[in-house]
Design a protein around this ligand. Structure first.
Ligand code: NAD
Length: 291
């Protein structure tokens, strides 16, 4: 199926990155969010990130302007009904995602493919509550979207081959690489990554190391480009906690229990970079550990 118009729900960290790469690849993008401020911030961030690509000679100034001209924003979800492909990238909470699909469904065209960028929630369950489980799948980008090469494609139990092939061709056109994952909690990347991050938080909680010593140990000792706590702040601690809860509930194994310290940070509203404070405090010139 030919995809030309892409609707994106949620203009946060992921939604703006997805809009950026889609527009650059020539798709017409309609970006939706409940927050007007989030939409404004997304467009100005896309502008800034495209500028960076121009200054590094990755794209030309003309390509930047063409990409920006392909992005429209709307506060009205139902306007996305005209899309060939919808990518839902709203907050990682199942009730929010379900409400979005319920509102959107009556306005979609019969051919529209519906996808979710969820990091962990069951694609089969999300799909089963729609009128098109065979045209529903997981389209999981990595953060930051313009930089990261991988997209996980997750088939629900009912997803048909045509839908998979259409999504795979979008990933190809973006110049990214698709990895196919089965629909089990947190799929591949987060099934492996999140327990490591959670274990790093336990290491901090139990006083085995400080924020700085844990991060430098994993950078210098395991050659990771970022420390696990720095990475958790980058992903968003609310998202990390939500994924751990999905692993814990979905696999019913205590090895996935979220660290109480992670819960405490989220309860404090210290969600990482996006709220200026997490395992590091980002309000000054340089990040300062909060423990
Ligand atoms: P975020 O908090 O940065 O952004 C979420 C956005 O969704 C906010 O702007 C919020 O206003 C908006 N929103 C909430 N309810 C909405 C609704 N009903 N309609 C429209 N917009 C709504 O979160 P994020 O990090 O961009 O994560 C979004 C999704 O992407 C989640 O499912 C997350 O699991 C997934 N994801 C996140 C990462 C990551 O590293 N952060 C990586 C891959 C996938």
């Amino acid at each position: 199926m030919d995809i030309a118009k892409v609707g994106i729900v949620g203009a946060g960290q992921m939604g703006n990155g997805i809009a950026h790469v889609m527009a650059l690849a020539g798709y017409n993008v309609l970006l939706n969010d409940v927050s007007d401020d989030a939409l404004k911030a997304a467009v100005s961030l896309i502008d800034k990130n495209l500028d960076r690509q121009v200054s590094r000679d990755k794209i030309s100034a003309d390509e930047k302007h063409a990409a920006l001209s392909r992005i429209r924003t709307t506060g009205t979800l139902t306007e996305l009904g005209n899309s060939d492909l919808v990518i839902e990238a709203a907050t990682e909470r199942e009730t929010i995602k379900q409400a979005i699909f319920e509102d959107l469904l009556p306005h979609l065209q019969p051919h529209t493919i519906l996808t979710s960028n969820t990091s962990s929630i069951s694609i089969t369950r999300l799909a089963s509550r729609t009128d098109r489980p065979e045209k529903f799948m997981g389209f999981h980008f990595m953060n930051p979207v313009p930089v990261m090469q991988l997209v996980e494609l997750i088939r629900g139990i009912a997803t048909n081959e045509e839908t998979y092939k259409s999504c795979k061709s979008v990933v190809d056109r973006l110049g990214k690489t698709a990895a196919s994952a089965e629909d089990f909690p947190a799929f591949i990347v987060n099934r492996i990554l999140m327990p490591m991050i959670n274990e790093a938080v336990y290491t901090l909680y139990e006083g085995v190391g400080s924020v700085r010593s844990i991060d430098s140990s994993m950078k210098l000792g395991a050659n990771h480009p970022m420390g696990p706590l720095e990475l958790a702040d980058f992903i968003g601690l609310d998202t990390c906690l939500a994924i751990m809860n999905v692993l814990h509930d979905g696999l019913a194994d205590t090895k996935y229990r979220p660290c109480p310290l992670l819960t405490k940070y989220v309860e404090a509203g210290w969600l990482g970079r996006k709220s200026q404070r997490g395992f590091y405090d980002y309000r000054g010139e340089i990040p300062v550990p909060t423990r």
